[in-house]
Design a protein around this ligand. Structure first.
Ligand code: KIV
Length: 267
């Protein structure tokens, strides 16, 4: 990996030079250290910790204190990877709350960027955060914090109207100052169109191989998530070796464009 710390401008340059960005979640210092060593450019302290660490049914129960605690732990283990932390459910329902809680993630947790699940409704908070020096990743498509509103986890943007909506949300969020987009569970052709249309990097999960980078939940990559593995994930530890080697293979597969394959993508 690049010996220098990864910054927002590193990620922009990677998009320009068509070098794929490898992103992975971590929730503690030890795994953050492994990911950083293995060349992961961005470590995400995802609110998926509600499910894979706390054993809850969804991410909705995760609190700001939980996020600050795990972000601070990950910050101790990373060296060069950029540290992105999730804004949990309802922590940005008002602009004031969003500003206050993003400041906590950066000042108490040591995050370099925050991620929020947003569409055009979050344009104002994205604009205010970025105007105040907070880099933002906007998470579009399947937004797990909305699980109770949408009634389950399903692919988004399959019909023409919602595909158009996703495209215009992406454009609006870039115009508001977002530094990164994350697309979860959207058809691969739509993800490819959005990636081409915006000039900020687009990270995919269940969004096909044409995004500028990929993200997975660490527990899925290691094959230890209880229950059925999400279709878009892959167990990189299955072929043996070590946790470190599994992460190295993931980074390599992302860079070479061999992950995700058609079996991990939606049409
Ligand atoms: O919370 C998380 O880990 C995420 C990833 C699934 C992208 O948002």
């Amino acid at each position: 990996m690049t010996a220098a710390p990864v910054t927002v401008s590193t990620l922009r340059k990677m998009k320009t030079s068509s070098e794929k960005i490898a992103v992975l979640t971590a929730y503690d210092a030890t795994f953050a250290h492994v990911l950083d060593d293995a060349g992961v450019e961005v470590i995400l302290v995802g609110d998926s910790l509600g499910m894979v660490v706390q054993g809850r049914e969804s991410t909705v129960s995760v609190s700001m204190d939980d996020m600050v605690y795990h972000t601070r732990a990950v910050a101790q283990g990373r060296k060069n990877s950029l540290l992105m932390a999730d804004m949990p459910f309802m922590s940005y329902a008002t602009v004031e709350d969003g500003l206050h809680n993003a400041a906590r993630l950066m000042q108490e947790g040591g995050a370099h960027m925050v991620k929020l699940e947003g569409n055009a409704n979050q344009v104002e908070i994205v604009a205010r955060l970025t105007a105040n020096g907070v880099p933002v990743c906007a998470h579009l498509g399947l937004r797990p914090q909305f699980v109770h509103k949408i009634g389950g986890y399903r692919v988004q943007g399959r019909d023409e109207q919602s595909a158009r909506g996703l495209m215009s949300d992406a454009v609006a969020l870039e115009a508001a100052g977002a530094d990164l987009l994350l697309l979860e569970c959207v058809p691969q052709n739509l993800a490819a169109d959005i990636t081409q249309r915006v000039s900020i990097p687009v990270i995919g999960i269940g969004a096909g191989v044409h995004c500028d980078g990929q993200v997975l939940v660490l527990h899925d990559l290691l094959g230890v998530t209880p229950g059925q593995r999400p279709r878009f994930s892959k167990d990189f530890l299955a072929d043996g070796g070590s946790v470190y080697q599994a992460v190295v293979e993931y980074v390599q597969a992302v860079k070479e464009g061999t992950f995700p394959g058609p079996d991990h993508s939606f049409n």
